[in-house]
Design a protein around this ligand. Structure first.
Ligand code: COA
Length: 172
């Protein structure tokens, strides 16, 4: 399978909700999180805004269809990854890895201090995946007020707080 990673164009926004919905089907592997597969996703209007004002990368297949995206927002001197999704049928083929590497490379070029995100501690395609790139799980004491607020919002949305964590990759 051939694909290329590139910055998102405004015309990509309409395709991104279906990718996030398809990616989320993976949560059906964990019965207690299966509801996430049917939870609302970011809508095309929000993606359009993010493409215009933040950092969004897409994985484009040889025929032009999109298979995945990573959206991130620069906050102070850090890039916060808001969403990384690869369509169900294209998972496990290196697309997620390449999208993440694009965000890390961007952070390096911009001389940012690092990248942050929140994720599940125990799902193999979440924290362990990021740890293989050097991301570290932050203890509560190490977690910034901004990330603590995101974790609290996630609990308000029904996510199990004890399974969530904030992670950081310091860019050398
Ligand atoms: C996380 C996600 C984007 C990874 O994308 P992907 O294209 O499948 O990932 P890759 O093929 O690049 O694989 C990356 C690594 O994740 C592992 N991985 C991917 N899918 C996995 C799965 N279902 N179970 C276990 N490990 C998995 C691979 O083994 C691989 O490890 P390696 O680099 O050591 O070989 C994708 O699984 C996804 O969309 N998940 C649902 C949404 C989600 O959880 N997003 C992250 C939110 S923080």
């Amino acid at each position: 399978m051939t694909f290329a990673i590139r910055r998102a164009h405004t015309s990509d926004a309409a395709a991104l909700p279906a990718i996030e919905r398809s990616a989320a089907a993976l949560f059906r592997n964990d019965p207690s999180l299966a509801w996430l597969a049917d939870a609302p996703v970011t809508d095309a209007g929000q993606h359009l805004h993010a493409i215009k004002t933040e950092s969004v990368w897409v994985a484009e297949l040889a025929g032009g269809a999109l298979a995945g995206f990573l959206s991130a927002e620069q906050i102070d001197n850090q890039l916060h990854i808001q969403e990384l999704s690869v369509s169900q049928h294209f998972q496990g083929q290196g697309i997620g890895r390449k999208l993440l590497l694009a965000a890390i490379e961007h952070s390096r070029e911009r001389e940012l201090a690092g990248l942050t995100l929140t994720t599940f501690r125990d799902l193999p395609w979440n924290a362990p995946f990021y740890q293989r790139f050097g991301f570290e799980i932050l203890s509560t004491a190490e977690t910034s007020p901004r990330l603590l607020a995101i974790l609290r919002q996630e609990i308000d949305h029904g996510l199990p707080g004890e399974r969530r964590c904030a992670m950081c990759l310091r860019v050398p």
